[in-house]
Design a protein around this ligand. Structure first.
Ligand code: F6P
Length: 360
């Protein structure tokens, strides 16, 4: 029977989303003969009347899609339909409208590409509205449980590594301590991976509390060893030396992490007398061309998610474990963030290389 599949992207964008859209559509249409409707702007598209969707044509989703950053479907990381902010500032539950929008399209199943926050919402909608749902994990932060890695993380690590590569020569030319602030809302996966790959001297992640004196002592040790510069990489969610989260407050309301790099750079300058500079990578980590690995992972996840729908296996998420695609219960993926293990392989590798976490 010809099925009709809904496909949406939800949460912050990242490298590889268009490659997944391509893979889902091609496999669903070419292998199974189904139809795929792309839903615009995540669940927002299902709130519109009529629902805001576009039929996805596999012939148009050529290899150029793999090179394209962002998501052609649009996305949102704000508008939770269970607590939807309206113009007067109050919050209403619009979940029933989203469910109604889904059913109005006569869809047989919905595939959502998202992170743990999006999955929590989409799973709740699916259970409440009888929606057969399959999830595909994406997030530059790599904090989704049940999968070793998610689409977009590798691209972000690549960008952050390249930033360190570019900061090193200018740091060495000017005898400076360079602080690079990278994204990572709950977890320090980007900071530690790029820190190792890009040759950082100091890696600060939320999972390992640091003391500024330790950071300063490490910089002094490097100096005594003849080094005239240092590279520090810090996840945005690392606390200030006084123990506060550092946020940027948006004029329209809401806040997001941002600014701890500058706080750290100033504090390091005061304590060591070094000249410091700060670079905040921000959304540069999310855009641009996806790495080959993100394209491959996106393609593998997209194909596997369509196969799950074909097999009638729902409330599951495709995942990468032990060099292959498997699937896990969505409940596992939404059971809290997957953090950097302070005793895990990356931390052991970093410590083995002499990288300082500012602890101990
Ligand atoms: O979760 C992905 C992420 O990029 C985080 O690393 C970051 O804190 C957040 O999204 C930024 O969100 P926004 O796009 O709303 O600025």
């Amino acid at each position: 029977m010809k099925k009709r599949l809904g496909l949406l992207t939800s949460g912050g964008d990242c490298g590889g989303l268009n490659a997944v859209i391509r893979a889902v559509t091609r496999h669903a249409v070419f292998t199974y003969g189904w139809e795929v409707l792309g839903v615009r702007d995540g669940t927002i598209g299902l709130l519109s009347r009529p629902p805001d969707v576009e039929p996805l044509d596999p012939e148009k989703l050529d290899a150029a899609m793999m090179r394209l950053g962002g998501t052609i479907l649009g996305t949102t990381n704000k508008r939770d339909p269970f607590s939807f902010a309206i113009a007067d500032g109050s919050v209403v539950d619009r979940s029933a409208e989203v469910i109604e929008g889904y059913h109005a399209l006569s869809l047989d199943a919905l595939i959502g590409i998202g992170g743990d926050g999006s999955f929590a919402i989409l799973r709740r909608l699916a259970r409440q509205g009888g929606i057969p749902f399959v999830g595909i994990p994406k997030t530059i932060d790599n904090d989704v449980r049940g999968t070793e890695t998610s689409i977009g993380h590798d691209t972000a690590v690549w960008v952050a590594t390249e930033a360190l590569d570019r900061l090193q020569p200018t740091a060495a030319s000017h005898d400076r301590v360079m602080v690079l602030e990278v994204m990572g809302r709950d977890a320090g996966h980007i900071a530690i991976a790029a820190g190792i790959a890009g040759g950082a001297d100091i890696v600060l992640i939320p999972e390992i509390p640091y003391r500024l004196e330790r950071v300063a002592a490490h910089i002094d040790t490097l100096r005594r060893q003849g080094r005239n510069f240092a590279l520090v990489i810090a996840a945005e969610s690392v606390k200030s030396p006084e123990g506060h989260a550092v946020y940027r407050h948006h004029p329209g309301g809401g806040k997001s992490y941002g600014g701890v790099g500058a706080v750290l750079a100033d504090a390091i300058a005061r304590l060591t007398g070094a000249e410091t500079r700060v670079t905040v990578l921000g959304h540069v980590q999310r855009g641009g061309q996806p790495t080959p690995w993100d394209r491959l992972l996106a393609s593998a996840f997209g194909v596997a998610a369509v196969d799950l729908v074909a097999a009638g296996r729902f409330d599951r998420m495709v995942a990468w474990q032990n060099r292959r695609v498997i699937d896990v219960p969505l409940e596992e993926a939404t059971s809290g963030p997957h953090l950097v293990d302070p005793q895990g392989p990356h931390v052991r590798t970093a410590r083995g290389l002499g990288i300082c976490f500012g602890d101990g």
